[in-house]
Write a protein that binds this ligand. Structure first.
Ligand code: S3P
Length: 169
């Protein structure tokens, strides 16, 4: 099967859904952030602080190129991966792009006690989350082959919905 790329805002559930997808449908779950942490030998926050965001974005782009040579992966992308058109082109070339929609309040509830998301540093509140989300929405929607609303649903429900949408394509 061609790869599935899960995109969407931080805290929308990409990792949880990709792991659940692996369990239910046997595709291999792959987490981009986790791979970059392994590759760089430091946390995402440290990569941003020491090497800068541009470096991190390049690392995402070259990782995506490698993933594009494989198949049967369900890839949990970083929240910013779909912001670059070349990344979107690569994902569409090698698979299906699925947007997980989420409300700002749900994101806040999930990420408020974490400190590994440099873009939310000093912006850990619902209004700032909503603001950044609104800036990104157009690109997320433009990149996606289809979108799934996730609020109030279990990971399993979301996976089944995705599976049904894939069957209809
Ligand atoms: C980012 C989201 C993060 C991580 C990095 C940048 C973003 O991933 O890639 O902090 O630009 O939205 P998650 O969406 O997995 O939190």
């Amino acid at each position: 099967m061609r790869n599935l790329y899960l995109i969407g805002f931080m805290g929308c559930g990409k990792s949880t859904v990709s792991h659940c997808f692996e369990r239910l449908y046997g595709m291999r779950s792959f987490e981009m952030d986790e791979e970059i942490v392994k590759q760089e030998g430091q946390s995402i926050a440290d990569v941003f602080a020491e090497k800068g965001e541009a470096y991190f974005r390049e690392a995402e782009t070259s990782l995506l190129k490698k993933l594009g040579t494989q198949d049967n992966l369900v890839v949990s992308c970083g929240g910013g991966t779909a912001m670059r058109q070349c990344n979107v082109d690569e994902m569409k070339r090698s698979g299906t792009v699925i947007l997980l929609n989420v409300l700002p309040q749900t994101v806040y509830d999930r990420v408020k006690d974490t400190c590994d998301r440099p873009l939310l540093e000093g912006k850990m509140n619902v209004d700032d989350i909503r603001g950044l989300m609104e800036k990104r929405e157009g690109r997320y929607e433009g990149a996606a082959d289809f979108a799934v609303r996730t609020d109030g649903k279990s990971a399993e429900e979301i996976c089944r919905e995705i599976w049904d949408c894939l069957g209809e394509k």
